[in-house]
Design a protein around this ligand. Sequence first.
Ligand code: DSN
Length: 443
Amino acid sequence: MKKSLRKTDPEIYELIEAEAQRRRVGLEMIPSENHTSPAVLEVLGSILTDKYSEGYPGKRYYAGNEFIDKVENLARERAKKAFGVPHANVQPYSGSPANFAVYLATMKPGDVVMGQDLPDGGHLTHGWKFNISGTLYERAPYHVTKEGIIDFEEVRVLAKEKKPKLIWCGATAYPREFPFEEFAKIADEVGAYFAADIAHIAGLVIAGAHKSPVPYADIITTTTHKTLRGPRGALIMVTQKGLDKDPELAEKIDKAVFPFGVQGGPHNHQTAAIAVALKEAMTPEFKEYGKQVVKNAKALGESLKEQGLRLVSGGTDNHMLLADLTPFGKGTGVFAQDALDAAGITVNKNTIPKDPSSPFYPSGIRLGTPAITTRGMKEKEMKIIGKWIAEIIQEVKHCQLPETKEERIVSLKQFKKDIAGNKRLKEIKGQVAELCSRFPLPY
Ligand code: DSN
């Protein structure tokens, strides 16, 4: 007999309810987050989670995979169709193992990898010095200019000098369109594989709201839970260009995911949910959604600028904005993040180009529109939200980051106490909740 979670584990039930309530009355504006559909959630909670199926469709190490094979094949076919590629691996547990599989498929330890440096908006797995990608392989990071645009002069010089085996284009904090074509030219010139990591923008690519890397990249990786609006998970795709460069590339990628790489049994509930999300992403409604995400980000940017905030690169081409808070003092991102959180607006502190502070106490915040667009908000709401954000930042602008670690701990503790009692933040929190009540969550 079925028993509800509420009865079997009320503690976990209550925590899920509390989290749902936090989301109902708040604005989720971390650009890598979204609200999935009820169909995706239903599949994630399905019995598919119970099955072991190491291997690939038709070539499994365990019996009983007749239906799992069909699920995985559907997911693969939908990924191929949605992006227009000849090969897709749908098994990576998430973005980091997907990217590691790309290294295993294309590089030997000691080979050179080029990627956007982490403090410049790049990803940990693109060769950061404290990640395996920057220790097992020789890192040759490129940077952004002080205006926040990829420094192509540097990319060119570095590629010719270092002769990388792999070049990444893609980032976690880059509000401008990615120049895939230029990267492809350089990669071809120096004989490198070119991998586009489109984790942040995959949904925009399918919706036609961002240029596709398919004609230019050899390999494309993406997570499936950001603008794509699916479950946590990832895809690795090989393009026709990649297959022309290396006819064995698809096979190398599959082997690098399993059995050579870091994965074991695929998460079949996740694979099925990816298939559902991809089906949703190929609808006309999703196209509209992707375009609205970008329109909303632009409108939010304009609103923030009208209120006097400085944006890295002056604005956005995608779903994301990076606010430069150095005019309020270095390392003040944490104060802005926590004050916004207290008012029901969730963003994350983030480094800005040439950040005068550190990644743990950066001088910016990163904001995005994927989740609030899923709720149906449009330009009109972005204008209001922009005003709230700017006002909240003004409210805490007197807060400065102390120099020593000990002083910082004391100061942040006091800051949290102060904002919990701040009258204006409480008022805005009420207004945020009222706005949210008119835009219900999809689940
Ligand atoms: N953590 C993700 C993000 O927020 O962009 C990247 O892995």
